[in-house]
Design a protein around this ligand. Structure first.
Ligand code: CP
Ligand code: NVA
Length: 307
């Protein structure tokens, strides 16, 4: 049966192995030992929203493995408008070997995956960003070793990136505490799911309103934009509400002395994070960006059943 990555839960049973594979493949590429398992294969990339990292890392990564990546803009495909998601899934399955889809609505990603005969990878939707989370756990493992028992503190909006990190953290045995303003907490259903997984792995998932409380004893502090793609209408209101949730040196210093700072990027310097923190020697943001490519190569290899 074909495998998809719509939610990080789809790789629940092999997330740790996937992170390991990504680290191994990064090493192989740097040592010039890369193979071309996707020779003659095509990756279709559908984007309904802008992207730097996701677009470039998928394209470059798939090309490095011998394949060709095809960028499909929203104007061309118009999923659900020009034709149904079902028909797009069936047609694309006849042309390409794998699909990466960045969408506004998670239901479209689920539907495309359900009907496509080839693997579908969620390149971010309104609910999750699983590729980001795999790359982030890879970066954390590179910096911190075994993640079991470590504390990840999220400061800001209860959004898609947090959802994937929270679920993935619980799977890998990391404690996750998110500090979010009232009304901007993560989805209740996802929090419940993460807590349930945490019961099996012996980890805590907590939501608080206080950034100081979240970062106490934290090994990793994570920030993301206060205004995600699709939330632009609320921009002014959000910038006001989120102001106390800025990760600055005052807050960074309240975490463990060897805590690292992470951000999925794009960052808004001076809003959710200051220059000092972004450019700090314990900031991992550009490793995270690079690791998107290695992680996604591992994801594609794994979904294709090649390793
Ligand atoms: N972090 C991330 O997904 O970046 P892009 O939106 O630029 O792809
Ligand atoms: N939460 C952000 C992540 C961007 C990579 C958004 O959805 O816009």
């Amino acid at each position: 049966m074909k495998r998809d990555l719509v939610s990080i839960i789809d790789v629940k049973d092999d997330l740790k192995e996937l992170v390991r594979l990504a680290i191994d493949m990064k090493g192989e590429q740097k040592d010039g030992l890369q193979m071309s398992p996707f020779n003659g294969k095509v990756l279709g990339m559908i984007f309904e929203k802008p992207s730097l990292r996701t677009r470039v890392s998928f394209d470059v990564g798939f090309t490095q493995m011998g394949g060709t990546a095809l960028y499909l803009s929203p104007k061309e495909i118009q999923i659900g408008e020009r034709e149904s998601t079902y028909d797009v899934a069936k047609v694309l399955s006849r042309f390409v070997d794998m699909i990466m889809y960045r969408a506004f609505d998670s239901k479209n990603v689920e539907e495309l995956a359900r009907h496509a005969d080839i693997p579908v990878i969620n390149g971010l939707d309104n609910v999750e960003h699983p590729c980001q989370a795999v790359a982030d756990f890879m970066t954390m493992t590179e910096r911190k070793g075994d993640l079991k028992g470590l504390k990840l503190a999220w400061v800001g909006d209860g959004n898609n990136v947090l959802h994937s990190l929270m679920l993935g953290g619980a799977i890998l045995g990391m404690n996750v505490t998110a500090a979010c303003p009232e009304g901007f907490e993560p989805d209740e259903g996802i929090v419940k799911k993460a807590k349930r997984i945490g019961e099996d792995t012996g980890t805590r998932v907590e939501i608080t309103g206080s950034p100081e409380e979240a970062v106490e004893e934290a090994d990793v502090i994570y920030a993301d934009t206060w205004v995600s793609m699709g939330d632009e209408e609320e921009k002014e209101k959000r910038l006001e509400i989120f102001r106390p949730y800025q990760v600055n040196m005052g807050l960074f210093n309240k975490a463990k002395g060897d805590a690292i700072f992470m951000h999925c990027l794009p960052a808004h310097r001076g809003q959710e994070v200051t220059d000092e923190v972004m450019d700090h020697k314990r900031s991992a943001v550009f490793d995270q960006a690079e690791n998107r490519m290695h992680a996604q190569k591992a994801i594609m290899i794994r979904l294709a059943g090649l390793r």
